[in-house]
Design a protein around this ligand. Structure first.
Ligand code: HEC
Length: 186
């Protein structure tokens, strides 16, 4: 009697994961996929606002700069949790390779999160007009791809970088991650 109970439990334990395991690909209309795509769009909109202010294509306004930097930092900070197993692959544009390269993916997400936090801290004390010390002088200091060996490389402290410089590094992280982990959108 007792052994039947134990066997039953063992069978359940075996069957459980098989039944509960998420499928490898996201189903159509997956709310997790929809939520992260919406979050990415918000990040893109916020980054565009800031880029346009620094390019002079949009009037600089400290409150709008701060709002956009806060949005960027909130979205970037939540990135790592938005790509759970079972939500990768078509019809989402997230590549299944994310699952095999979690440490690299998460390092990129953490990196952009740190930069975005630094930018939002700066934006909190943004002056009424763009000052020279907010401007990037010369090419981005640690430009180039973050992928591969550069991930372990020592970096300058984001808090010491001008806001425009931080924005450039943030945009590089978007591109780095997309080039490796996002399926090309036709
Ligand atoms: C750590 C990786 C990573 C970073 C960093 C990242 N993205 Fe993405 N992004 C993705 C992936 C993966 C997708 C595909 C998501 C999907 O379709 O499920 C995506 C999709 C998008 C989309 C399309 C959303 C849609 O409606 O389908 C936009 C726009 C976007 N990202 C903008 C940005 C911007 C702007 C930044 C930087 C400020 C950024 N991303 C940073 C990984 C990243």
């Amino acid at each position: 009697m007792r052994s039947r109970v134990i066997l039953g439990a063992a069978l359940l334990a075996l069957a459980g994961p098989l039944i509960l395991a998420p499928s490898l690909a996201a189903g159509p209309g997956d709310p997790i996929v929809a939520a992260r795509q919406a979050s990415m769009k918000q990040m893109a909109a916020a980054a565009r606002v800031i880029a346009e202010m620094f390019d002079g294509r949009r009037a600089y306004e400290p409150a709008a700069f701060k709002a956009a930097a806060d949005a960027l930092s909130a979205r970037a900070g939540g990135l790592t949790g938005e790509f759970p197993q079972g939500t990768l692959g078509a019809p989402s544009h997230a590549k299944p390779e994310i699952d095999q390269a979690r440490p690299e993916f998460e390092a990129l997400a953490r990196h952009i999160g740190r930069l975005a936090d630094a930018l939002s801290t700066k934006a909190r004390n943004a002056p009424p007009g763009i000052t020279a010390d907010m401007r990037m002088t010369g090419p981005p200091m640690d430009g180039g791809s973050l992928l591969g060996k550069r991930l372990g490389a020592a970096e300058a402290d984001p808090a010491t970088m001008p806001a425009e410089h931080l924005l450039h590094l943030i945009l590089q992280d978007c591109t780095s991650c997309h080039s490796k982990f996002r399926r090309k959108v036709e």
